[in-house]
Design a protein around this ligand. Structure first.
Ligand code: AVJ
Length: 332
């Protein structure tokens, strides 16, 4: 997939590229729009992200898993019998399994269906394997896999189950990789695709100490750096740029930053020398930065505001901590 806008900013964060940016999530400084994350999650990127989740510094994965382990029965009590659990980006389903087990306990094997949505066939195969192992009580014919983007996947789930409650899971705080405009738009579109009978369990990483945030995205082993540089490589490769090959070998230096004003971690790379004609007439100068990814960190009010902007109500229940990680059940 083509990055919507491969873009850049000087050290000053002034800059600004016509047509660049993505909903103003970086203060007018342009960036590779997070609206299209595909360039971060090719095979190598997915593998690096999996490595990130087991880094000691990267707390969000374990934080969310702990929440699900602890609160699965309470969360399950908010999912009516006959719910179709639609998971967006279902690759690693260890966390999902915790909830599905609680649902099978509560509603019996006939009372729950699972529909995993992912754009990677390999991820879907992994989901199927691990659910068979981790949720043996869930009959295999009640596990469906849809190879699609989020929105198309939800449409398909609704088409297959016209009258059912769709309980959508969007975990991992992946919503944080979208600007607030993009997130509201996407959540709204998901709600419309799912129709009236739907609810959405949303994982959000919360705003916290800047040092903790920084470490999570700047680990000692350099896996975060490799992940972001791989994204930069893919972006340049997609554009057919000859410098793509050097993107992961010294052309760029990874520079994460915690932006307190915008409440987000910003994953920048700085060019070590000039990269000409990234797009016709657009150059990255030596020393200039490119924003590759953002990861927004929320306050509880921000979660509610985001839900509200999408026509959803954050009143289905909240689990977790306002200063670490939260799961919020959004209702129509
Ligand atoms: C995919 C949203 C969970 O933003 O924390 C991790 C992606 N990027 N390190 C995040 C990511 C760099 C990650 N999520």
């Amino acid at each position: 997939a083509l990055p919507a806008a491969a873009s850049k900013a000087g050290g000053s964060q002034a800059g600004g590229m016509p047509g660049g940016g993505g909903g103003g999530s970086s203060g007018g400084a342009p960036f590779i729009a997070p609206a299209d994350l595909a360039f971060l999650y090719d095979e190598r990127g997915s593998q690096l992200y999996e490595e990130i989740t087991s880094l000691p510094e990267y707390y969000p994965y374990e934080a969310e898993k702990r929440l699900l382990a602890q609160h699965a029965p309470a969360i399950a009590s908010q999912f009516p019998a006959g719910s179709v659990v639609v998971e967006l980006g279902c690759g690693d389903s260890t966390k999902t399994a915790l909830l599905l087990r609680a649902l099978v306990d509560r509603h019996g094997p006939a009372g729950v269906r699972f529909c995993g949505v992912d754009c990677s066939a390999e991820a879907l195969r992994q989901t199927e394997r691990s659910l068979r192992r981790l949720v043996p009580g869930l009959p295999q014919e009640q596990v469906e896999l849809v190879e699609a983007e989020y929105l198309a996947g939800v449409e398909e789930a609704r088409r297959r189950h016209p009258g059912a409650m769709l309980s959508i899971l969007w975990l991992g705080s992946s919503v944080g990789n979208f600007s607030s405009c993009e997130a509201a738009e996407l959540l709204g579109a998901l709600r419309r695709a799912a129709g009236e009978r739907c609810q959405l369990l949303l994982g959000t990483d919360m705003w916290k100490d800047a040092g903790v945030l920084r470490q999570a995205y700047d680990d000692a082993q350099g896996v975060s750096s490799a992940f972001i540089l791989n994204g930069m490589h893919n972006a340049l490769a997609t554009l057919g740029h000859p410098a793509a090959a050097e993107a992961t070998s010294g052309l760029f230096q990874y520079e994460p930053a915690v932006n307190a004003e915008r409440q987000q971690v910003e994953m920048w790379v700085r060019a070590q020398r000039r990269v000409p004609d990234v797009l016709p007439g657009l150059h990255i100068e030596e020393g200039e930065r490119v924003l590759v990814e953002i990861s927004r960190k929320f306050r509880p009010e921000a979660v509610a505001a985001m839900a509200g902007a999408a026509g959803l109500l954050p009143c289905g229940g909240t689990w977790g901590s306002a200063g670490l990680y939260s799961l919020t059940l959004l209702l129509t």
